[in-house]
Design a binder for this molecule. Structure first.
Ligand code: ZN
Ligand code: MN
Length: 257
Protein backbone atom coordinates (compact mmCIF):
# COMPACT_ATOMS: atom_id res chain seq x y z
CA UNK A 1 0.00 0.00 0.00
CA UNK A 2 2.97 2.31 0.44
CA UNK A 3 3.88 2.54 -3.26
CA UNK A 4 3.25 5.79 -5.12
CA UNK A 5 3.25 4.00 -8.49
CA UNK A 6 -0.25 3.42 -9.84
CA UNK A 7 0.89 0.67 -12.20
CA UNK A 8 2.03 -1.45 -9.23
CA UNK A 9 -1.46 -1.56 -7.73
CA UNK A 10 -4.22 -4.00 -8.60
CA UNK A 11 -7.38 -2.41 -9.95
CA UNK A 12 -9.17 -3.20 -6.69
CA UNK A 13 -6.46 -1.57 -4.56
CA UNK A 14 -6.49 1.43 -6.89
CA UNK A 15 -10.28 1.64 -6.75
CA UNK A 16 -10.37 1.58 -2.96
CA UNK A 17 -7.67 4.26 -2.79
CA UNK A 18 -9.75 6.47 -5.09
CA UNK A 19 -12.98 5.84 -3.19
CA UNK A 20 -11.53 6.20 0.32
CA UNK A 21 -8.79 8.84 0.08
CA UNK A 22 -9.33 10.72 -3.19
CA UNK A 23 -5.54 10.83 -3.71
CA UNK A 24 -4.19 13.28 -6.27
CA UNK A 25 -3.02 11.41 -9.38
CA UNK A 26 0.20 12.79 -10.87
CA UNK A 27 0.76 12.23 -14.59
CA UNK A 28 4.36 12.88 -15.66
CA UNK A 29 4.98 13.87 -19.27
CA UNK A 30 8.37 13.76 -20.94
CA UNK A 31 10.05 13.27 -24.30
CA UNK A 32 12.48 10.91 -26.00
CA UNK A 33 15.07 13.45 -27.05
CA UNK A 34 18.83 13.90 -27.30
CA UNK A 35 20.32 15.42 -24.17
CA UNK A 36 23.95 15.72 -25.24
CA UNK A 37 26.56 13.00 -24.91
CA UNK A 38 26.29 12.79 -21.13
CA UNK A 39 22.55 12.33 -20.41
CA UNK A 40 20.07 9.67 -21.55
CA UNK A 41 17.38 10.18 -24.19
CA UNK A 42 14.65 9.76 -21.58
CA UNK A 43 15.87 12.57 -19.30
CA UNK A 44 12.70 14.70 -19.50
CA UNK A 45 10.37 11.84 -18.53
CA UNK A 46 12.77 10.44 -15.91
CA UNK A 47 12.93 13.82 -14.19
CA UNK A 48 9.21 14.59 -14.35
CA UNK A 49 8.48 11.12 -12.92
CA UNK A 50 11.06 11.47 -10.14
CA UNK A 51 9.76 14.89 -9.15
CA UNK A 52 6.18 13.58 -9.30
CA UNK A 53 7.08 10.62 -7.07
CA UNK A 54 8.72 12.89 -4.46
CA UNK A 55 5.73 15.25 -4.46
CA UNK A 56 3.25 12.34 -4.39
CA UNK A 57 4.97 10.84 -1.33
CA UNK A 58 4.41 14.14 0.50
CA UNK A 59 0.68 14.36 -0.26
CA UNK A 60 -0.39 10.72 -0.33
CA UNK A 61 -0.69 10.81 -4.12
CA UNK A 62 -0.24 8.22 -6.84
CA UNK A 63 1.94 8.55 -9.94
CA UNK A 64 0.54 7.27 -13.23
CA UNK A 65 2.92 5.87 -15.87
CA UNK A 66 4.79 8.60 -17.74
CA UNK A 67 3.69 9.77 -21.17
CA UNK A 68 7.20 9.27 -22.53
CA UNK A 69 7.01 10.71 -26.06
CA UNK A 70 6.84 14.48 -26.41
CA UNK A 71 6.09 17.09 -29.03
CA UNK A 72 8.78 17.79 -31.65
CA UNK A 73 12.11 19.03 -30.34
CA UNK A 74 12.74 22.67 -31.27
CA UNK A 75 16.25 23.99 -32.01
CA UNK A 76 16.07 26.74 -29.39
CA UNK A 77 14.98 24.58 -26.47
CA UNK A 78 15.68 20.93 -27.29
CA UNK A 79 18.20 20.99 -30.11
CA UNK A 80 15.77 20.08 -32.89
CA UNK A 81 14.53 17.02 -34.72
CA UNK A 82 17.73 16.20 -36.63
CA UNK A 83 19.44 14.21 -33.85
CA UNK A 84 19.43 10.42 -34.00
CA UNK A 85 17.39 9.08 -31.10
CA UNK A 86 15.09 12.08 -30.79
CA UNK A 87 11.68 10.45 -31.29
CA UNK A 88 8.73 12.84 -31.22
CA UNK A 89 5.00 12.77 -31.81
CA UNK A 90 2.77 15.12 -33.76
CA UNK A 91 0.81 17.66 -31.75
CA UNK A 92 -2.45 15.81 -32.46
CA UNK A 93 -0.99 12.59 -31.03
CA UNK A 94 0.11 14.22 -27.79
CA UNK A 95 -3.17 16.10 -27.46
CA UNK A 96 -5.05 12.85 -27.99
CA UNK A 97 -3.01 10.97 -25.36
CA UNK A 98 -3.61 13.63 -22.73
CA UNK A 99 -7.27 13.99 -23.66
CA UNK A 100 -7.81 10.23 -23.31
CA UNK A 101 -5.95 10.12 -19.97
CA UNK A 102 -8.03 12.99 -18.56
CA UNK A 103 -11.28 11.35 -19.64
CA UNK A 104 -10.25 7.99 -18.17
CA UNK A 105 -9.19 9.42 -14.81
CA UNK A 106 -12.52 11.27 -14.68
CA UNK A 107 -14.29 7.97 -15.30
CA UNK A 108 -12.37 6.37 -12.40
CA UNK A 109 -13.77 9.02 -10.08
CA UNK A 110 -10.47 10.85 -9.63
CA UNK A 111 -11.05 14.43 -8.46
CA UNK A 112 -7.45 15.75 -8.55
CA UNK A 113 -5.15 15.19 -11.53
CA UNK A 114 -1.74 16.87 -11.75
CA UNK A 115 -0.01 16.92 -15.14
CA UNK A 116 3.73 17.28 -14.44
CA UNK A 117 5.52 18.44 -17.59
CA UNK A 118 9.25 17.86 -18.10
CA UNK A 119 9.60 18.88 -21.79
CA UNK A 120 9.35 22.52 -22.79
CA UNK A 121 7.76 21.90 -26.21
CA UNK A 122 4.79 19.99 -24.75
CA UNK A 123 3.16 22.89 -22.96
CA UNK A 124 0.36 24.11 -25.26
CA UNK A 125 -0.58 20.61 -26.39
CA UNK A 126 -1.03 19.52 -22.78
CA UNK A 127 -3.32 22.50 -22.26
CA UNK A 128 -5.36 21.48 -25.32
CA UNK A 129 -5.52 17.82 -24.21
CA UNK A 130 -6.71 18.82 -20.75
CA UNK A 131 -9.32 21.16 -22.20
CA UNK A 132 -10.71 18.53 -24.58
CA UNK A 133 -10.57 15.79 -21.91
CA UNK A 134 -12.58 17.90 -19.47
CA UNK A 135 -15.03 18.73 -22.25
CA UNK A 136 -15.43 14.98 -22.90
CA UNK A 137 -15.95 14.35 -19.18
CA UNK A 138 -18.80 16.85 -19.23
CA UNK A 139 -19.96 19.62 -16.93
CA UNK A 140 -20.92 17.18 -14.16
CA UNK A 141 -17.39 15.87 -13.66
CA UNK A 142 -15.78 16.12 -10.22
CA UNK A 143 -12.31 16.14 -11.82
CA UNK A 144 -10.07 19.19 -11.60
CA UNK A 145 -6.71 19.25 -13.39
CA UNK A 146 -3.57 21.10 -12.35
CA UNK A 147 -0.88 21.51 -15.01
CA UNK A 148 2.69 22.58 -14.29
CA UNK A 149 6.24 22.72 -15.56
CA UNK A 150 8.36 21.45 -12.66
CA UNK A 151 11.13 24.04 -13.20
CA UNK A 152 8.70 26.88 -12.44
CA UNK A 153 8.87 25.75 -8.79
CA UNK A 154 12.54 26.74 -8.51
CA UNK A 155 12.89 30.01 -6.61
CA UNK A 156 15.18 32.88 -7.67
CA UNK A 157 17.21 32.36 -4.48
CA UNK A 158 17.95 28.73 -5.32
CA UNK A 159 18.69 29.55 -8.96
CA UNK A 160 21.15 32.20 -7.77
CA UNK A 161 22.91 29.56 -5.63
CA UNK A 162 23.00 27.06 -8.49
CA UNK A 163 24.13 29.64 -11.08
CA UNK A 164 26.67 31.93 -9.37
CA UNK A 165 27.59 33.34 -12.83
CA UNK A 166 23.97 34.12 -13.72
CA UNK A 167 21.05 31.99 -14.90
CA UNK A 168 20.88 31.56 -18.71
CA UNK A 169 17.08 30.92 -18.71
CA UNK A 170 15.08 27.72 -18.84
CA UNK A 171 14.97 27.37 -22.65
CA UNK A 172 18.78 27.22 -22.97
CA UNK A 173 18.97 24.96 -19.93
CA UNK A 174 18.70 21.91 -22.17
CA UNK A 175 21.05 19.10 -21.07
CA UNK A 176 22.83 21.75 -19.04
CA UNK A 177 23.30 22.43 -15.30
CA UNK A 178 19.67 22.01 -14.15
CA UNK A 179 18.90 18.73 -15.87
CA UNK A 180 22.40 17.30 -15.34
CA UNK A 181 22.39 18.16 -11.62
CA UNK A 182 18.90 16.74 -11.13
CA UNK A 183 19.89 13.56 -12.98
CA UNK A 184 23.00 13.31 -10.72
CA UNK A 185 20.63 13.47 -7.76
CA UNK A 186 17.96 11.04 -9.00
CA UNK A 187 19.77 8.77 -11.48
CA UNK A 188 23.55 9.13 -10.99
CA UNK A 189 24.34 5.88 -12.77
CA UNK A 190 22.84 7.31 -16.01
CA UNK A 191 25.08 10.41 -16.13
CA UNK A 192 28.46 10.41 -17.91
CA UNK A 193 30.25 13.37 -16.32
CA UNK A 194 33.38 12.54 -18.35
CA UNK A 195 31.47 13.26 -21.58
CA UNK A 196 30.14 16.76 -20.76
CA UNK A 197 31.02 18.92 -23.79
CA UNK A 198 32.68 22.32 -23.69
CA UNK A 199 30.28 24.21 -25.99
CA UNK A 200 29.49 27.80 -25.10
CA UNK A 201 25.87 28.94 -24.88
CA UNK A 202 23.99 28.69 -28.19
CA UNK A 203 23.38 32.07 -29.85
CA UNK A 204 20.07 32.07 -31.72
CA UNK A 205 18.59 34.90 -33.84
CA UNK A 206 15.19 36.27 -32.78
CA UNK A 207 13.36 34.35 -35.55
CA UNK A 208 12.88 30.73 -36.63
CA UNK A 209 13.43 29.15 -40.05
CA UNK A 210 11.77 26.09 -41.62
CA UNK A 211 13.24 23.70 -42.57
CA UNK A 212 15.19 24.31 -39.36
CA UNK A 213 18.81 25.46 -39.59
CA UNK A 214 20.66 22.62 -37.99
CA UNK A 215 23.89 24.63 -38.03
CA UNK A 216 22.42 27.01 -35.43
CA UNK A 217 22.57 24.19 -32.89
CA UNK A 218 25.81 23.03 -31.23
CA UNK A 219 26.78 19.62 -32.65
CA UNK A 220 26.77 18.11 -29.16
CA UNK A 221 23.10 19.02 -28.70
CA UNK A 222 23.85 20.89 -25.46
CA UNK A 223 22.53 24.49 -25.52
CA UNK A 224 24.55 25.84 -22.59
CA UNK A 225 27.37 24.27 -20.62
CA UNK A 226 26.67 21.51 -18.12
CA UNK A 227 29.97 22.19 -16.38
CA UNK A 228 29.36 23.08 -12.78
CA UNK A 229 26.63 20.45 -12.39
CA UNK A 230 26.61 18.53 -9.12
CA UNK A 231 24.47 16.09 -7.21
CA UNK A 232 24.27 18.62 -4.38
CA UNK A 233 22.78 21.27 -6.70
CA UNK A 234 20.41 18.59 -7.95
CA UNK A 235 19.36 17.73 -4.42
CA UNK A 236 18.65 21.39 -3.62
CA UNK A 237 16.59 21.86 -6.78
CA UNK A 238 14.74 18.57 -6.47
CA UNK A 239 13.84 19.12 -2.85
CA UNK A 240 12.59 22.64 -3.45
CA UNK A 241 10.52 21.53 -6.42
CA UNK A 242 8.98 18.56 -4.57
CA UNK A 243 8.10 20.59 -1.48
CA UNK A 244 6.57 23.43 -3.48
CA UNK A 245 4.63 21.16 -5.86
CA UNK A 246 3.25 19.36 -2.79
CA UNK A 247 2.14 22.73 -1.39
CA UNK A 248 0.48 23.61 -4.71
CA UNK A 249 -1.41 20.31 -4.65
CA UNK A 250 -2.54 20.93 -1.06
CA UNK A 251 -3.70 24.47 -1.85
CA UNK A 252 -4.67 24.51 -5.52
CA UNK A 253 -7.69 22.25 -5.70
CA UNK A 254 -11.18 23.10 -4.56
CA UNK A 255 -12.11 21.69 -1.14
CA UNK A 256 -13.93 18.34 -1.28
CA UNK A 257 -17.65 18.75 -1.84
ZN1 ZN B 1 15.30 17.99 -21.13
MN1 MN C 1 13.03 18.42 -23.64
Amino acid sequence: MSTVWMNQLSWLDYQSRIQQDQPPILLPVGALEQHGPHLPLGTDGLLSASVAADAAARVGGLVAPTLSYGYKSQPKCGGGQHFCGTTSVDAATLIGSVRDAVREFARHGVTKLVVVNGHYENQWFLIEGIDLGLRDAGPGTQLEVMRLEYWDFMTPDTLADVFPQGFPGFALEHAAVLETSMMLHYHPSLVRLDLIPDDGPADFPPYDMYPTRTDWVPASGVLSSAKGSSAEKGRLLAQEVAVRIAQAIENGFSPAK
